[in-house]
Ligand binder design. Structure first.
Ligand SMILES: *Cc1c(COP(=O)(O)O)cnc(C)c1O
Length: 404
């Protein structure tokens, strides 16, 4: 049974104070907190079997290798990938996107087109702009509407036989909008384009099935789903991963090296040059285990309740505008108070122990669309409570009184 009081006991950080007040952590879309179960795995790794993997004959190295590869299988099972070698361990979403963008350098020409969406994080815009500079391909953008949703009829118009790649985030980090990726993937495949979905914001809330989606690439970061920073994953369909050239050269990714010619290792090692974040990979597996123990259905139900509760309460404050009003959204609320800079609201909230994010949230085009410098963003996780939302609402009222 889902019991938030018990769940909170798993997270040591939630009992600390900030500026003399109990911490209210509402910056989950930037990074999530880490449960003791995952911290224990990290401590166990460095205490008992820290060693380099895949190379050593000695016991420690074999233990580390086994645990690392077991973690890969956990991630494979979680995302329902067909093969474990379709899961590439990365340092995070940004790394996964750059790996794919770089790989396509040799596969595109100047007549090709790439489609991204107006709702993207900078890390899903800049690598594609760089790819276009390298290849001469053209970047097209699916526009958004006032509710912060993609205008899907415009996407249909942009698609053509020139379209080679489509990149969309599953859920917008700035607004929380859930994009209709099933439709986007289906339509893109009709014209033969490959699709990469940025799952950095979806994976903390839902459990994507990459085979059911039929998606070509799916990327995520461990640190947004109860795991450590510096760790993530790229899922790629086997046929695509075979087609793409390696991203970085080095140890671990080779089969044989001579000065005349080097042959590359099989998947997944072809894309994993150098010593990886071994502990990070193992802890990522533990984080996925932890979230599955809580249950993604429970998480979705509870977080929707928090979202509804917070939306209703915040909207009682006069002069408060919420950006991102799609019916299909996760527990992210981006808002502003009339005539007040988001940074000032965030500073006062911090004095009250409440952690929110302020600024453009690495999604400047969205802020430009609304003609605002940024927003205050409160993002909720399954370990947050209604009492914490009450504290936020009181804090925002106080900020308004002080700043107006
Ligand atoms: C956080 C985030 C990223 C970047 O993730 P990193 O872990 O910093 O690499 C990319 N896209 C979205 C939608 C995000 O929320």
């Amino acid at each position: 049974m889902f019991n938030v009081d018990n769940i909170r006991k798993d997270f040591p950080i939630l009992s600390r104070k900030v500026n003399g007040k109990p911490l209210v952590y509402f910056d989950n879309a930037a990074t999530s907190q880490t449960p003791q179960q995952v911290i224990d795995v990290i401590v166990d790794y460095y205490s008992n079997y820290n060693a380099n993997i895949h190379r050593g004959v000695h016991t420690l190295s074999q233990e580390a290798t086994d645990k690392y590869e077991q973690a890969r299988q956990k991630i494979q099972a979680h995302f329902n990938a067909k093969h474990a070698h379709e899961i590439i361990f990365t340092s995070g979403t940004t790394h996964g996107i750059n790996l794919v963008a770089n790989g396509f350098s040799s596969l595109l020409t100047k007549d090709d087109e790439i489609i991204v969406s107006a709702l993207e994080h900078h890390s899903n815009i800049v690598p594609w702009q760089m790819l276009c500079e390298r290849t001469g391909a053209t970047l097209k953008v699916i526009p958004m509407n006032q509710d912060g949703e993609l205008v899907i009829s415009e996407f249909d118009n942009l698609l053509s036989d020139k379209t080679k790649l489509v990149f969309v985030n599953h859920i917008s980090n700035a607004l929380g909008t859930i994009n209709p990726i099933e439709y986007i993937i289906k339509q893109a495949h009709l014209v033969g384009a490959a699709v990469l979905i940025d799952g950095a914001q979806s994976t903390p809330h839902i459990k994507p099935d990459v085979q059911a989606l039929g998606v070509d690439f799916y990327v995520a970061s461990a640190h947004k789903m109860c795991g450590p920073t510096g760790q993530g994953m790229l899922y790629g369909k086997e046929e695509w991963l075979k087609k793409l050239p390696p991203y970085q050269g080095g140890g671990e990714m080779i089969a044989e090296v001579t000065f005349e010619k080097t042959t590359y290792a099989d998947l997944p090692h072809k894309f994993e040059a150098g010593t990886p974040n071994i502990c990070g990979g193992i802890a990522f597996g533990a984080a996925v285990d932890y979230m599955n123990t809580i249950g993604f259905d429970n998480i979705a139900t509870y977080e929707n309740e928090l979202l509804q509760y917070a939306t209703d309460k915040l909207l009682t404050i006069e002069g408060l505008t919420i950006y991102g009003t799609s019916k299909h959204k996760t527990s992210v609320i981006s808002f502003n108070l009339d005539g007040i800079h988001p940074y000032d609201v965030g500073t006062i909230l911090d004095k009250l122990g409440i952690a929110v994010r302020t600024g453009h949230h690495c999604a400047q085009p969205i802020m430009d669309f609304y003609s605002i410098p940024g927003t205050v963003r409160a993002s909720f996780a399954f370990y947050n409570t209604k009492a914490e939302i009450d504290a936020l609402v009181e804090g925002v009222k106080k900020a308004k009184m002080m700043l107006i």
